[in-house]
Design a protein. Structure first.
Ligand code: ZN
Length: 186
């Protein structure tokens, strides 16, 4: 089964902040249906939208929530987590040396063998051929400088790039709360 089908089979709920924006975009704030139902019973969230799927026990029956909003506003983080996906997103899923969008991996600008750290300001998206060509050389020696000096992005900057690369498992009911211009794959 495809990842998108698995995601929606699990019926996760999109979690909105009290201002009706997603609690987080990267990764998208999703709770398992079990957590979402629990939060409803603890009165921590409002149900904004529901799946058709019913869940029942001897004492209750309800439709699974597909979108919930927190009753109490949580201050969003300014900086996103340092994750592989977020590095790709910052670099718009393109090799920072040649611009290729296939066969992507990561490159340490200052190689690890020369003390380069695994941090926002030293890791870039790179295609395998460029990664291999650069090897353990410093950028100047290899004649390969990244197109954009790596930096720690803000959530806002990732959000801007994320509009170009929406996740492929969005449920219909989530779209009103995500990007205005998100298109679903057919
Ligand atoms: Zn490349």
């Amino acid at each position: 089964m495809e990842r998108s089908a698995v995601m929606l089979d699990n019926s996760p709920a999109l979690v909105l902040n009290a201002d009706f924006r997603p609690l987080s975009y990267y990764p998208l704030s999703l709770w398992s249906w079990q957590d979402a139902v629990k939060a409803v019973f603890l009165d921590r969230v409002n149900i904004v939208s529901e799946y058709d799927r019913l869940v029942s026990s001897p004492t209750f029956k309800m439709r699974l929530p597909s979108v919930v909003s927190l009753k109490t506003y949580v201050k969003p983080a300014l900086f996103p987590a340092f994750t592989r996906f977020n590095v790709f997103l910052r670099d718009r899923f393109s090799c920072q040396y040649c611009g290729a969008q296939d066969d992507l991996t990561f490159d340490h600008v200052t190689p690890r063998s020369r003390g380069g750290l695994t941090r926002w300001d030293n890791v870039v998206a790179a295609c395998s051929p460029c990664n291999l060509a650069k090897g353990g050389d410093m950028p100047v020696v290899a004649g390969m400088l990244p197109r954009q000096t790596p930096y720690r992005p803000t959530v806002f900057e990732l959000h801007r790039n994320g509009r170009l690369f929406p996740p492929n498992y969005l449920h219909d009911s989530w779209l009103d709360y995500l990007y205005w211009d998100t298109e679903l794959e057919p």
